[in-house]
Ligand binder design. Structure first.
Ligand code: NAD
Length: 355
């Protein structure tokens, strides 16, 4: 087991990464207080809820809430069900919410914990690679609104994150690979050594070897922790984590969130952003090929599908939150391991989308 401390404006918390953690009462015990509500989804509950039994044995007042699975249920209605359950549990200020699941459960349970009695503790127990390397760390919580993803939310840091690598063995292939895209992202924007390590370890990653997974999750969380410590509320460098995301979000929106996993869209977006970095002369020629090669070896898509209308994507990119004064601002690479936020001319973006 490895532990990374995450510092933020109001304190710090540990992220545990290792095998068998869900069954480790000694670890979980340290972070659980008061009455306990476990929130999960049906897939995860069926596979992993029982593993929490030793840790929750001593807790007298506890309940579980299994919410329907999927991004379409990341709503105010699901959030309300968590609040209702906390009320039924007679949870007080010292209660604990345990979020056992992927990013959808983590974001919703975290947001309910942020709101109930103006904030109770949440322990994140991420079970997808994406949630372990990204969503569970950093305190962003929220739900979707019909008009937009994550429109309603709050910053609410967890009391601890417990990332049990054993849970990754049951992940669907596409969900697993989508998580790998975010690991590649950390290497590309701020950690050249991680990028080179990923290039050298694609076989172990594809085979989900425990030692390789440990290193990938640990290095990703270390990178995220450093970014969160420097910029807890995303006023500066935390925006660099959006590398590939502006292109990716446009693609996700254009396909009504029904074709691509988030990480797959981000993989395509990272290739487009790197191609643009080359077109603008910001990065050495060949960098895009290097990134594309790594993503391909990890089984990720790297090109826009033929049927996408580039002008529609460009219009969708104009809606991104990073934009200022009508200019599209993107995260571009300076080199592998370093990125900047750059205002980009629409014509150059169009050229890359058409190429
Ligand atoms: N808060 C943040 O900083 C942050 C960052 C990135 C993404 N997110 C959010 O994360 C969400 C996506 O998260 P996700 O990709 O984990 O999706 P998810 O939570 O929907 O999980 C994907 C699927 O995997 C299943 N699953 C989860 N763990 C499993 C396991 N161990 N074995 C088998 N199946 C399992 C789930 O039931 C679900 O069907 C999005 O809503 C996104 O907005 C939040």
């Amino acid at each position: 087991m490895k532990v990374i401390q995450v510092s933020h404006g109001d304190g710090e918390y540990p992220v545990y990464v290792g095998q068998g953690l869900l069954g480790m009462a000694s670890v979980i015990d340290r972070h659980v207080e008061g009455r306990v509500l476990v929130v999960s989804d049906p897939n995860v509950a069926r596979l992993y809820l029982d593993r929490l039994r030793p840790a929750l044995e001593r807790v007298r007042h506890k309940r579980r809430l299994i919410l329907p699975d999927g991004e379409q249920h990341k709503t105010v209605e699901s959030w309300q069900r968590i609040i209702d359950e906390l009320i039924t549990l007679k949870a007080q200020r010292d209660a604990t919410v345990l979020a056992l699941g992927g990013g959808v459960i983590g974001d919703m349970a975290g947001f309910a914990a942020a709101c109930y009695m103006r904030g109770i503790r949440v322990v994140q127990m991420p079970t997808t690679l994406l949630a372990q390397v990204d969503a569970s760390v950093g305190g962003k919580t929220g739900v979707n609104h019909a008009s937009g993803k994550n429109l309603i939310g709050a910053f609410h840091q967890p009391a601890a994150v417990i990332a049990d690598l054993d849970t990754l063995s049951s992940l669907d292939e596409r969900d697993y690979r989508a998580g790998l895209a975010e690991v590649v992202k950390y290497g590309a924007i701020r950690d050249a050594a991680l990028f080179a390590w990923l290039e050298a370890n694609t076989e172990g990653l594809n085979a989900r070897l425990p030692g390789t997974l440990m290193e990938a999750v640990f290095q990703s969380v270390r990178n995220k922790a450093e970014v969160v410590a420097a910029d807890t509320r995303e006023s500066g460098q935390r925006a660099l984590l959006n590398f590939g995301h502006t292109f990716g979000h446009a693609l996700e929106t254009a396909t009504a969130y029904s074709v691509w996993r988030h990480g797959e869209a981000v993989a395509i977006g990272m290739v487009l952003a790197t191609r643009l970095s080359e077109v603008l002369g910001r990065v050495e020629t060949g960098t895009c090929d290097r990134l594309r090669d790594l993503l391909k070896r990890l089984g990720l898509p790297t090109a826009l599908p033929e049927d996408q209308d580039p002008d529609r994507l460009l219009n969708l990119m104009r809606l991104d939150k990073k934009n200022r004064a009508d200019q599209i601002r993107l995260i571009l690479l300076d080199t592998i391991g370093k990125a900047s936020i750059v205002p980009c001319p629409a014509d150059d973006i169009r050229e890359v989308l058409h190429s």
